[in-house]
Design a protein around this ligand. Structure first.
Ligand code: FES
Length: 79
């Protein structure tokens, strides 16, 4: 698996809605960060699809280095 593109160097705050399905961009190519816009087509990457368990504001990863895909774990600080 190639390295994903670093789409940003800080997390994006997103208000998730309980029960809603989201597709997190894992390749870094989407211009609708942190979400997939289909730009991964032709690469080995696929989006991480998840359903929000609760409505809350989260910091979503844009650097794509997180160990918890979708969510910022502070890894951008090491870039
Ligand atoms: S655009 Fe990056 S995973 Fe779809």
């Amino acid at each position: 698996m190639p390295n994903p593109k670093i789409a940003g160097t800080s997390p994006i705050r997103v208000e998730l809605e309980a029960g809603k399905t989201y597709a997190y961009c894992t390749c870094g190519e989407s211009d609708n960060q942190p979400f997939c816009n289909g730009a991964h087509k032709g690469t080995e990457f696929v989006p991480k699809v998840f359903v929000a368990e609760e409505s809350k504001t989260v910091g979503m990863c844009t650097c794509k280095q997180t160990g918890n895909p979708g969510f910022c774990d502070g890894s951008h600080k090491a870039l």
